[in-house]
Design a protein around this ligand. Structure first.
Ligand SMILES: [Zn+2]
Length: 215
């Protein structure tokens, strides 16, 4: 099972991806996470990437393709994986297809979680992330059991730097111009599944699972 989860920032793709990964025991490949880890470890690739990320911009294709190539060549990604936050441009999608073809494989399904801009802005402002394990919460749709504390590990929840209004606005504009064309790209390949993200978390997950069961 090799899948990709897409959607505008704030549509809930991070939380949905986390649940799919847990349920199906898939390796999760999140470029955002890999860049943040690299940044926290003071690795040059992470420091370079964070210059783009903190302003809500896309990290350059070269840097992004490289970090994905390194990750996909690891043993655990041979049979299955979930890509989260990559590819974000058609150029990256083509690079990914070429890479997978070299590896003798391909993507099985692409999920696009749909949402409206109003809902997205509200969601982003209410999003909280665990400092320790990166689990995501939402003050309305996916509340932690104890306010400000992660259910999974007891870590402190915080608002990410790139979840501010200006950054969200910038990310939505980038999504419209660069990422939306990807939907056509995958639709033409016949592997795109549109999922209504303006529902409760569990309902969105069930819609995704209905597709996964038939893969
Ligand atoms: Zn946690």
């Amino acid at each position: 099972m090799k899948i990709l989860v897409m959607g505008p920032p704030g549509a809930g793709k991070g939380s949905q991806s986390a649940k799919i990964v847990e349920h199906y025991a898939l390796p999760s490949i999140s470029t955002g996470q890999m860049f943040r880890d690299a940044f926290n470890n003071n690795e040059p690739i992470g420091i370079e990437a964070m210059k783009y990320i903190k302003d809500g911009n896309l990290v350059s294709d070269d840097i992004t393709n490289e970090i994905v190539r390194i990750r996909l060549s690891k043993h655990d990604a041979e049979k299955s994986f979930l890509l989260d936050g990559y590819p974000r441009t058609v150029a990256q999608a083509i690079a990914l297809d070429n890479l997978l073809e070299e590896m003798g494989t391909k993507l099985d399904a692409v999920f696009n979680i749909l949402s409206s801009n109003d809902v997205l802005f509200e969601r982003m402002e209410q999003r909280r992330v665990c400092k320790q394990c990166d689990a995501t919460y939402h003050l309305k749709f996916k509340k932690p059991l104890v306010e400000g504390i992660c259910d999974k590990c007891g870590g402190t929840l915080y608002q990410r730097q790139d979840d501010t209004y200006e950054s969200v606005k910038n990310r939505l504009e980038i999504y419209e111009s660069k990422t939306k064309p990807l939907l056509d790209y995958y639709d033409k390949k016949g592997i795109l599944y549109q999922i209504n993200g303006m529902q409760e978390f569990e309902k969105v997950y069930n819609d995704i699972e209905l597709v996964l069961r038939d893969l």
